[in-house]
Design a protein around this ligand. Structure first.
Ligand code: 13P
Length: 273
């Protein structure tokens, strides 16, 4: 079964609602109805209603950047699955390395114990993935090793542990709602992209794990994205890789021209554009 590639923008901490609306309108004009590819954007929470309105009736989906596992209650600052759904979301990023407090090069603003404000771990990532699925959202579960882990030869161990923990308790009939994203921490925001072959190898490893959890047939239908310094230049090579089913794009998803080129690369790389 051919997997439809998925290119999703992670806007991180960027854009006010007005700016987000303008970018969404621009992307809609460029990408609505693009054949053979699925496109999504994940704006900051406060921008979601404006972006959802701008993209209403288009083929571009909206996602959140995080979710809390309780639906409501005394959890100041959190946002739940039903809230995201009613604001217009179809997807939600879960366990992004930045939410796990794993940064390639943390700046001085995160020095010392300030990093602890980003506290996701494998247990919370799993709760969030399950909460997303129960709310009817598609979780984009992020996994990936740091530079130290890679240099210590631990890439496979780390990725396997994150995939297995993230998926614990996900029922087989929910499998196709799940998207995985391999995002090596050292490649995020650094301009240092993972080699095409290496990205393919680790995405392939993720798929083998999915096959162990849900069987090979289901695993063939699940999208495994690559993320980390994806841009218009390196996207064609990455998107041609057989195990890479699209991209989770940070910085370049804020620039409509570049994001459009990355989406085109995904279409062409899979012979769909
Ligand atoms: P960059 O594309 O800016 O490296 O960010 C990748 C990312 O973290 C997407 O979630």
């Amino acid at each position: 079964m051919a997997r439809i590639p998925f290119v999703c923008g992670n806007w991180k901490l960027n854009k006010t609602p007005d700016e987000a609306c303008a970018l969404a309108q621009d992307l809609r004009a460029r990408l609505d109805g693009a054949p053979g590819v699925e496109v999504g954007v994940c704006p900051p929470f406060v921008c979601i209603p404006a972006v959802a309105e701008a993209l209403k009736g288009s083929t571009v989906s909206v996602g959140g950047q995080d979710i809390f596992w309780m639906e409501k209650g005394a959890y100041t600052g959190e946002v739940s699955g039903p809230m995201l759904v009613s604001a217009g979301c179809r997807y939600v990023i879960v366990g992004h390395s930045e939410r796990r407090g794993r940064f390639a090069k943390p700046g001085p603003e995160l020095a010392g114990d300030l990093m602890a404000v980003f506290g996701d771990n494998d247990t919370t990532v799993n709760r969030k993935a399950l909460a997303a699925l129960s709310a009817g959202l598609r979780p984009i579960i992020c996994v990936g090793e740091t530079l130290e882990e890679r240099q210590a030869g631990r890439t496979e161990v780390v990725v396997e542990a994150q995939v297995r923990a993230g998926l614990a308790g996900v029922r087989p009939e929910q499998a196709e709602e799940v998207v995985l994203a391999y995002e090596p921490v050292w490649a995020i925001g650094t301009g240092e992209k993972c080699d095409d072959e290496e990205a393919n190898r680790v995405c392939g490893l993720v798929r083998r794990l999915l096959a162990q959890v849900w069987g090979p047939e289901k695993a063939q239908g699940i999208r495994v994205l690559y993320g980390g310094s994806v841009d218009a230049q390196n996207a064609p090579g990455l998107m041609r890789q057989s195990e890479v089913d699209g991209g989770l794009v940070g910085g370049k998803s804020l620039i409509a021209d570049d994001f459009e080129k990355i989406v085109k690369a995904a279409q062409q790389g899979k012979g769909m554009g």
